[in-house]
Design a protein around this ligand. Structure first.
Ligand code: DGL
Length: 271
């Protein structure tokens, strides 16, 4: 089966999947959530690299023709390694949209929400160097936010309190632009917008990533011309729990199959 593979530590990459699906409804999509290891943010880069490599092998075995690393943390840790390890595979990665944020701000003050792993990466240092010379960035590694979203708490009081705490210093500093540098965060967009108010522009790079997927497929002559694609999800966590959460987040049901990590670090189907 000719598909687009997507990977993330959990449900975050579904915020990318929905845009890919809207733009390319004829494509089959395969999604892997590594919920056995979520969150990736606090983990060493080498560990995230090893997970990403194994998930890529699994996706290729399922017939993926392109892989979207739908996770900023995994892209920061592993994208270069993945491109070297699988030189014939087209990859599309994610990074905090610092360039877009710098272009959008009028106050010159931009907030960035991402994970510790992303902020500590060379890839992020290079983004700051290239695009943020003339703007002030206010960063927050958002400890605990991915866990709340994984628990389905996209609108809970606890999530509102945490977001308020994370954003207060940025708002006090006068940001007018907020970059969502983790694919989990678009799922709390309504709450975020309420907290920051209508004058702060929130940037979710997922639509741009979906357009990039289309461009890359086009350049490889690999776009599916017609038909209606299917979506298959896999998780290294509990498949039933994932399906319920995916339904809540996407308002559509996803066929989900359980996977497990084998002793030699590969992914295998349950059962
Ligand atoms: N969704 C991920 C990202 O874009 C990872 C979150 C995590 O597992 O810490 O960074």
């Amino acid at each position: 089966m000719d598909s687009i593979g997507l990977l993330d530590s959990g449900v975050g990459g579904l915020s990318v999947l929905r845009h890919v699906q809207t733009l390319l409804p004829q494509e089959n999509l395969i999604y892997v959530a590594d919920q056995a290891h979520v969150p990736y943010g606090p983990r060493p880069a080498a560990e995230v690299q090893a997970f990403s490599r194994s998930i890529t092998r699994f996706l290729l075995a399922q017939g993926a023709k392109l892989i979207v690393v739908a996770c900023n943390t995994a892209s920061a840790a592993a994208l270069t390694d993945l491109r070297q390890t699988f030189p014939d595979v087209p990859f599309v990665g994610m990074e905090p949209a610092v360039k877009m944020g710098a272009a959008a701000t009028r106050s010159g003050k931009v907030g960035v929400m991402a994970t510790a792993g992303t902020f500590e990466s060379q890839r992020y240092a290079s983004l700051m160097h290239r695009f943020a010379q003339d703007v002030q960035l206010y960063q927050n590694p958002c400890r605990g936010l991915v866990e709340l979203i994984e628990a389905g708490q996209t609108e809970s009081a606890a999530t509102a309190v945490l977001l308020q705490e994370l954003l207060s210093p940025m708002l006090a500093a006068g940001i007018d632009t907020l970059i969502l540098g983790c694919t989990h965060y678009p799922f709390v967009l309504p709450l975020l917008q309420t907290i920051v108010g209508p004058d702060v522009t929130i940037i979710d790079p997922a639509p741009a990533v979906a357009r990039q997927v289309k461009r890359v497929l086009q350049s490889h002559n690999a776009l599916t011309a017609s038909g209606s694609g299917a979506v298959q999800a896999y998780t290294t966590g509990d498949a039933h729990t994932f399906a319920i959460l995916a339904q809540q987040l996407l308002q559509t049901s996803l066929v989900t199959t359980g996977l497990h990590w084998t002793a030699n670090g590969a992914l295998s189907l349950n059962g």
